[in-house]
Design a protein around this ligand. Structure first.
Ligand code: SF4
Ligand code: SF4
Length: 140
């Protein structure tokens, strides 16, 4: 069901599909330095919420944990809510908009449960700039 407040705003893609947390299962989200600092400032230790960088080519990547919902992001509660929603990584804020490296352009991730809905939305230049900045920060 499409929730009326699932929307695309100037900086992020707000997903409010009731009960969906598919993108928080077996996440491979990579974090920027700003993401790391912001989350550590909440009192979390990066060595606990991230994988060892030796396993991830030097990138800080969210760790998954076993929970009653499956192999889920460290920050997903058993009720399927992000416990750091206001401070979640930039990649989570912009998802399901992702960057297709093969075709060098932003696309909607086909793995998103509601990819058809998001594909019909209009993405503004500012969101695309946000995504491109994020990619260039991560892979510089
Ligand atoms: S940080 Fe939050 S939004 Fe991002 S994958 Fe984890 S639970 Fe999901
Ligand atoms: S998989 Fe798609 S619809 Fe589901 S929570 Fe993530 S962004 Fe929203």
């Amino acid at each position: 069901m499409v929730k009326p407040n699932s929307e695309v705003n100037s900086k992020s893609v707000k997903c409010d599909f009731m009960g969906c947390y598919k993108c928080c299962i077996e996440t491979e989200m990579i974090l920027t330095d700003d993401d790391l600092n912001r989350i550590e400032n909440l009192g979390y230790d990066k060595n606990e919420f991230c994988l060892d960088t030796k396993e991830t080519d030097g990138y800080w990547q969210l760790r998954n944990k076993k929970s009653i919902l499956g192999n889920t992001c460290y920050f997903l509660s058993n009720q399927g809510k992000c416990t750091i929603y206001e401070n979640r990584p930039q990649g989570c804020q912009i998802y399901p908009l992702i960057y297709d490296f093969e075709f060098e352009k932003p696309i909607i991730d086909v793995d998103c449960r509601e990819a058809v809905y998001f594909n019909k939305q209009k993405y503004s230049q500012s969101q695309i700039i946000t995504l491109e900045k994020l990619i260039s920060n991560l892979f510089r």
